[in-house]
Design a protein around this ligand. Structure first.
Ligand SMILES: C[S@@+](CC[C@H](N)C(=O)[O-])C[C@H]1O[C@@H](n2cnc3c(N)ncnc32)[C@H](O)[C@@H]1O
Length: 389
């Protein structure tokens, strides 16, 4: 069992509904079609309700855990949360939309519960935050609906650069020549600047220790970490995203900041520093669905040259019925040159530790011509890592 087990694995969004069911619906007489479509909406709503009723993802946010229960129990709020695009996690999207308004200065008592707004003076979640949320959503319903209906969950955690750096250091000795690095679902591209940050783990330091971005990761288990300063040469970097975040646009940056949970001050500070750094030299980004654009990138890269693809917390936002195509599009990159495929994603059943004490996503590696292997179990935000062997 891994990171998301039942918490995330069930989430597929509206687009994932069985295509056979769709065909049957189209063939049915109008009244039946309407009844089935109502049934589908109800089904989706119940899935969204379940996500809020059991929000295990909010490990470091007591406020979101408390507010989630209110959303699960309030039809009007659930209705808002259901407006997200297929595949998008309703909890992240809904709370991001609320947080964005509060960070922008929305005048409402709900702000008093948010440590990101009021700091240490924030009121405890159990002292009325739920009621305040209901009133907030009534007052700002139109704004919330617009954000939830159009935005994507684009949380760009700088800390996750550690996963990329670790993966790269594991393949450094086997990549001959400089590699082309492609991040799929790069958001603002902050991971693509992994070589401009400092890293601290297990009492050791790596990378650029004078950088304003210093990443600290806890290490568990007995397996040794590789030398994180031994990296392959990088010939080029490219981020691919449905909606690349423009790091120079204040509104886009505000959305990324809103996606950081209210209690996570350190993540907020790291994000700010990394955004500044990226704004001075934005990484190249290509807009598009990975499924559509990766095959073209594979052809455009110099034939025979090594390429490394990385994706983190991205596949989980691809609607379930598109995931096979997503994997196939990445595999395409290996048709014109040797491909190392690194990922940090949910992988239920892959964790091979005899007695896991911590659950998390898997950092996986697929070498050219080989099958994918798990390298480490990690925290979803890369706060900690446990190497597997
Ligand atoms: C949760 S963010 C993760 C960002 C970054 N990888 C990180 O770990 O910090 C997921 C990103 O994947 C992008 N995304 C989702 N589905 C995609 C697809 N089919 N093709 C390209 N990008 C996609 C979203 O737009 C979003 O920016």
């Amino acid at each position: 069992m891994a990171w998301v087990d039942s918490k995330h694995a069930w989430w597929s969004g509206t687009a994932a509904v069985d295509p056979v069911l769709r065909r049957l619906e189209r063939a049915a007489p109008a009244p039946q079609r309407r009844a089935r479509s109502r049934a589908r909406v109800m089904m989706e709503r119940e899935k969204v309700r379940a996500a809020f009723a059991n929000p295990r993802e909010f490990t470091t946010s007591p406020l979101y855990r408390r507010l989630s229960r209110t959303v699960a129990a309030t039809d009007r709020l659930l209705g808002l949360a259901c407006l997200g695009r297929p595949g998008q996690y309703p909890t992240f999207l809904f709370f991001g939309a609320v947080h964005q308004l509060l960070l922008a200065g929305a005048d409402h008592p709900l702000a008093k519960f948010y440590p990101s707004v009021t700091g240490d003076a924030a009121r405890p979640p159990d002292s009325g935050a739920g009621h305040a949320l209901v009133s907030f959503c009534a007052q700002f319903e139109a704004e919330l609906a617009a954000t939830i209906g159009t935005r994507l969950v684009q949380t760009n955690h700088v800390q996750r650069s550690f996963g990329l750096r670790l993966g790269l250091s594991m393949i450094a000795a086997e990549v001959h020549g400089a590699a082309h690095l492609i991040e799929v679902g790069a958001s603002a591209g902050l991971n693509l600047r992994f070589d401009r940050y400092g890293y601290h783990i297990g009492g050791r330091e790596y990378g650029d220790l004078s950088s304003p971005v210093q990443v600290e990761v806890e290490s568990y288990g007995r397996a040794r970490l590789p030398d994180l300063d031994a990296l392959p040469g990088i010939a080029s970097v490219l981020g691919v995203d449905l909606h690349p975040v423009d790091v120079t646009d204040p509104a886009e940056r505000a959305w990324l900041e809103a996606l950081v949970w209210p209690e996570n001050h350190r993540q907020r500070a790291l994000l700010g520093a990394a955004l500044e750094l990226a704004a001075a030299d934005p990484p190249p980004m290509l807009a598009g669905d990975a499924i559509d654009v990766l095959p073209g990138i594979g052809v455009a890269l110099p034939a025979g040259e090594p390429r490394v693809v990385f994706h983190c917390a991205t596949r989980m936002h691809v609607p379930e019925n598109r995931r096979e195509a997503f994997d196939a599009a990445i595999a395409c990159l290996g048709e014109t040159g040797p491909l190392w495929w690194l990922s940090v994603e949910d992988a239920p059943g892959v964790d091979c530790r005899p007695r896991p004490t911590r659950l998390g996503p898997i950092l996986g590696l697929r070498r050219p011509g080989a099958v994918a292997e798990p390298i480490a179990v990690v925290d979803g935000h890369l706060e900690w890592i446990e190497m597997l062997a």
